[in-house]
Design a binder for this molecule. Structure first.
Ligand code: MSP
Length: 525
């Protein structure tokens, strides 16, 4: 049995509720998981939440809650959003899960035993308010630490460090010799540049218990807890079954079968140093070979009017509000069609309205509605392909036949917006086909009866093909489309099963219902 396609995402911080950036990443991974299944591949999709750390401890304190109660509350918002947006994962990675904690501890012990972790005293400037050590980078132009840091004291502290520097030469070589390690490929330079400057130093991986209690305790030194990134990054292997037997973990996949990840989908902000340097060197230190390294897919950011979303700017876009206004599929469609993977995009209300009203409602929904209405009006909803054929029919069939190949190659390369465009060629062509064949005129002329039958059949069949190609992107709407056509997608149906003639002679079409009811918004041209 071949290896399942293992896709994971970043785990989201649970110090604040989800925003559109989180939704984008999870929908993108869900689209890829569904697409891979549609090509016949078995898939395992893992996502989850990052629940430990200083930020959470602080937010919980501010809310007067225990850290666990606080993260449970925020986690439920993520869970509800994924349910609503149809993000269908197979595994849920919550870092407070005992199974995860056991793996993190076993991993720390392994690294300690083989001399990859060491204890050292660090002396430096420490911000009491922000609870962090400061470096010269945090000094203002006058050489003084700014007011935002509050009281700054000299502090001496013991901590554990990971010998990251020992793995830097290996990492450079690995990146140079594995161009497929990262998508898009241009990101490899960001990593190499960081390693050339100061990105390869040993990494502090602990916090003393007095400063941070909300973390995983060190198994060999109870005075310390594991600090951010080590605990978070480990989720990709702990929830994939790494050390499951040793840790007595149950209900997880078989690690040997699943690993390495075919895609760890993350945003550009957490590539360097976290995923490309910390994670890769950690795995190397644990004894993972070059063949056992995961692949990274790095997406860009959604901004608002060119600015980063932030609570203080008050410009955070809430995906729930958008799903209310545009339906979950309307939001999924916009998030996938209006950004090129790897690059940034600007959230725009005008564009999401346009994508819904002009494309989904005016393009696809209208095509379905008029095709079905005509078939019902002229033929009682019964299809009869007959033997009539002409150049217009042939041209539409050619467009339908050509779409899957272009679609598959774009989707497989993570060019999802171009995959959509490849499928959309059928929608555009079929709408033109209605305009040029003018079925309402054919219906008035008895001598054109055979041609009208063939036109109605071509439209229904073309719609069915589109519905299969777009099903990873807008799954519910495409199921609804097929229900209106009166055709159910067989369980094991894959893209390569798309052949002309899915609908039998005499097929009875279902009832037309507007698929994407037009929304009344003030449209700015
Ligand atoms: N908890 C860490 C990740 C640990 S992974 C082992 C984290 N969490 S986060 O909540 O801040 O971000 C989660 C993901 O959302 C990241 O991949 C991040 O890049 C992505 N995004 C956060 N804001 C975003 C946008 N505005 N646009 C697109 N994606 C963004 O980082």
């Amino acid at each position: 049995m071949s290896k399942p396609y293992y896709i994971t995402t970043a785990i989201d911080y649970t110090n604040a509720p989800p925003h559109i950036g989180h939704a984008y990443e999870k929908v993108m991974a869900d689209v890829m998981a569904r697409f891979q299944r549609l090509t016949g591949r078995e898939v395992y999709f893992l996502t989850g939440v990052d629940q430990h750390g200083q930020k959470v401890q602080k937010s919980a304190d501010a809310a007067g809650l225990s850290p666990q109660a606080f993260v449970d509350g925020v986690t439920s918002k993520f869970l509800a959003l994924w349910e609503r947006l149809n993000v269908r994962y197979d595994g849920w990675a919550a870092t407070t899960d005992d199974r995860h904690k056991r793996v993190v501890q076993a991993m720390l012990q392994k690294l300690f035993d083989c001399g990859q972790l060491y204890k050292q005293t660090y002396k430096g400037h420490y911000s009491v308010r922000q609870e962090q050590f400061l470096t010269d980078k945090e000094r203002g132009p006058d050489g003084v630490f700014g007011e935002e840091w509050g009281e700054v004291i000299e502090l001496e502290e013991d901590n554990y460090y990971f010998k990251l520097s020992e793995h830097v030469e290996w990492l450079k070589g690995f990146i140079r010799s594995h161009p497929d390690f990262i998508t898009p490929a241009f990101r490899a330079n960001d990593i190499l540049n960081a390693l050339e400057s100061s990105g390869g130093q040993d990494l502090c991986v602990s916090r003393p218990l007095e400063r941070l209690t909300w973390g995983i305790p060190f198994p060999f030194d109870p005075g310390f807890v594991n600090y951010v990134w080590f605990d978070a990054l480990t989720n990709y292997i702990s929830f994939a079954g790494y050390l499951a037997d040793e840790c007595g973990n149950e209900g997880l996949p078989e690690f040997k079968r699943l690993w390495p990840a075919d895609a760890e989908v993350i945003g550009k902000d957490i590539l360097v140093p976290a995923h490309a340097i910390y994670w890769m060197t950690m795995l190397h230190a644990l004894g993972f070979s070059d063949e056992d390294m995961p692949k990274l897919v790095v997406h860009g950011w959604w901004n608002v009017k060119g600015a980063k979303m932030s609570k203080s700017l008050g410009n955070v876009i809430d995906p729930n509000v958008l799903a209310d206004a545009f339906t979950p599929d309307g939001l999924r469609y916009y998030l996938m069609r209006d950004i090129a993977t790897g690059y940034d995009s600007d959230f725009s209300e005008e564009r999401i309205i346009m994508s819904y009203n002009k494309e989904l409602a005016g393009g696809l929904g209208n095509l379905l509605n008029r095709s079905l209405n005509m078939a019902h009006k002229y033929r009682g909803g019964v299809l009869a392909p007959g033997s009539y054929d002409d150049d217009e029919n042939r041209a539409l069939r050619e467009t339908v036949a050509a779409a899957p190949t272009a679609y598959v190659s774009k989707m497989a390369a993570w060019d999802i917006h171009e995959g959509i465009a490849a499928a959309w060629k059928i929608v555009t062509h079929a709408n033109q086909f209605v305009d040029s064949t003018q079925p309402f005129k054919l219906a008035k002329d008895e001598t054109q009866a055979a041609r009208l039958d063939s036109v109605l059949y071509h439209l229904a069949e073309a719609l069915l093909h589109v519905s299969v190609l777009l099903s990873p992107i807008i799954p519910d709407a495409m199921t609804a489309l097929r229900a209106q056509i009166g055709w159910t997608l067989p369980d094991a149906f894959v893209v390569s099963d798309l052949k002309w003639g899915l609908l039998a002679d005499g097929h009875q079409l279902g009832t037309p219902v507007p698929l994407f009811p037009r929304l009344e918004f003030e449209e700015k041209a």
